[in-house]
Write a protein of this length. Sequence first.
Length: 131
Amino acid sequence: PKVGSGALEVARALSAAMSPHSRVAAPPGVSRILPMLNGYSYPLVIKPKYLSTSEEERKHRFKVTKFLGREKPEDHQVTWVIGKLDEYRVEGVVSKQARRGDGWAAALRRAGFDREAALPGHEIWRRKLPE
């Protein structure tokens, strides 16, 4: 499939920042590219043939990635997404870059994430979860 150079750049940076087979939440365009890269991470949203879940669960996973793509998420969206990242044991996140105080930075830091990289329009976050 044809992929945008921006999404490819973000996917490569995410793969470089993460251990192979880490669980990650990334926008759909980035998630589609991850399985094509060597040592890729496991995206939260992937084709049904690779992840057997209910339709409702697939919708929740997609909603997480959709909200992470917002520059100015609402407070209830942030709370819900952070809960889902913990539930799914996500170790890496791609979020939309926002002006200071408007985006995901404070909530992701509280959830144990550190910013690994900033690319045009996106930020890559990583955390180490206990075994």
